[in-house]
Design a protein around this ligand. Structure first.
Ligand SMILES: Nc1ncnc2c1ncn2[C@@H]1O[C@H](COP(=O)(O)OP(=O)(O)OP(=O)(O)O)[C@@H](O)[C@H]1O
Ligand SMILES: [Mg+2]
Length: 361
């Protein structure tokens, strides 16, 4: 999968600019705060309908402008696609081949990318939110079923939590079972998909990590909670847990069990990486997870995703830099850095210099 052309209109610090990318390594260079990450972010946005950096889409609109538009021409094994997003103060519109797409699930996954930046250290060092977000974005890019279940689950969870905050405890206790039936169904679908995904992610990440560290350290990933059995069995179990926690949930005012509370246990040489891993170890572990993600996308869709490496090369030592670039040599890669000389170029590469939201030649 290759993004051939990307046009940014009033997106972040870009007024109107079109990038033409090559199939191999694209190196975006420029001083700090010129728009390198903004460009990478736009590609990711068209893949997932979300940005990794912000909560509100309106921050993507160039200051003083009324709307932002991002469009891309993509070459995939199913032919050429065009993707677009128009973001206004109050809403956004998504387009596939010029047609408006109203459901996020129909937009997601038409182009896939894996994004790696120094911020990915959060995946190892921060709380469970980051890891769930990773799982949700990653699995949603390859499974419409997961994405649909997740959106429904999030709606039900929000409604259940609102109900838990009501004052009339009798009414709350009476109404909870109504929500719980649906809650359990979608929660189980999410839990089972995550279990399958994590199994593959874990095996591939362990292998990628051994490659990056020359077998020096062993990385392992595992769910922090075991859900055994098929969807029905898991749904029944979650249903029982919900029922057993009514009083606690009412006291807390939110739902205390379910996949929105689950986590991934990440260990390096058997020790919990969170709070123990050094910066370098955390970076390598996160990178191994991302490389595993690339392979899973490739296996599931039959084609490689676009790899976005934002500002990461300067943080890796030379042997790891070489290993990384040789491992992803067959992918289209969009790489940002301040000094292109630090990048070891493969066969096909293109340099794009950016200054103040403009491409300069
Ligand atoms: N909505 C917006 N409107 C206008 N400018 C914006 C908007 N959002 C971000 N910017 C500006 O875009 C500039 C470039 O940001 P970006 O993160 O792409 O820089 P960068 O080239 O990746 O720099 P670095 O090398 O420091 O990572 C920043 O100065 C930021 O203030
Ligand atoms: Mg940047």
């Amino acid at each position: 999968m290759v993004v051939k052309k990307l046009t940014l209109e009033n997106f972040r610090n870009y007024e109107n600019e079109t990038f033409a990318f090559c199939d191999g390594l694209n190196i975006l260079t420029g001083k700090n705060a010129q728009g390198k990450t903004n460009c990478a972010e736009a590609v990711f946005y068209l893949c997932t309908g979300s940005s990794l950096r912000i909560r509100h889409d309106r921050q993507l609109i160039r200051r003083g402008a009324e709307f932002a538009r991002v469009t891309a021409e993509v070459k995939s094994r199913y032919g050429d696609l065009s993707l677009g997003a128009v973001i206004t103060e109050s809403r956004r519109e998504l387009y596939l081949n010029g047609n408006r797409v109203t459901r996020t699930v129909d937009f997601l996954g038409n182009m896939r990318s894996v994004f790696f930046s120094p911020g990915e250290l959060r995946l190892i060092q921060d709380g469970p939110d980051e890891r769930r977000r990773f799982l949700n974005l990653s699995i949603s890019q390859t499974s419409r079923e997961y994405c649909t279940a997740l959106l429904r689950f999030q709606r039900i969870l929000e409604q259940r939590n609102n109900l838990l905050k009501e004052r009339d405890a009798g009414m709350v206790l009476e109404t909870l079972p109504v929500w719980d039936e649906q809650f359990s169904v979608y929660a189980a679908r999410i839990a089972v998909r995550r279990r399958e995904y994590l199994k593959e992610l874990s095996a591939r990440a362990t292998e990628a990590h051994a490659y990056l560290t020359d077998g020096g350290e062993a990385l392992s990933l595992a769910p922090d909670r075991e859900y055994r059995g098929g969807e029905e069995e898991v749904a029944a179990k979650i249903g029982r847990e919900l029922a057993a926690n009514y009083e606690r949930d009412i006291r807390l005012g939110f739902t205390s069990v379910g996949p929105h509370r689950d986590d991934i246990k990440i260990c390096i040489d058997g020790q919990d990486a969170r709070g123990f891993a050094s910066q370098g170890q955390a970076r390598t572990a996160a990178l191994a997870m991302k490389l595993a993600e690339v392979e899973i996308f490739e296996r599931l869709s039959g084609e490689a995703p676009v790899l976005i490496l934002d500002d990461v090369l300067s943080e890796l030592d030379l042997p790891r830099r070489k290993k990384l670039l040789s491992r992803v040599g067959n992918l289209q890669c969009i790489l940002t850095c301040t000094h292109a000389s630090r990048v070891l170029c493969g066969a096909e590469s293109k340099k794009i210099r950016i200054q103040g939201g403009k491409i300069i030649v």
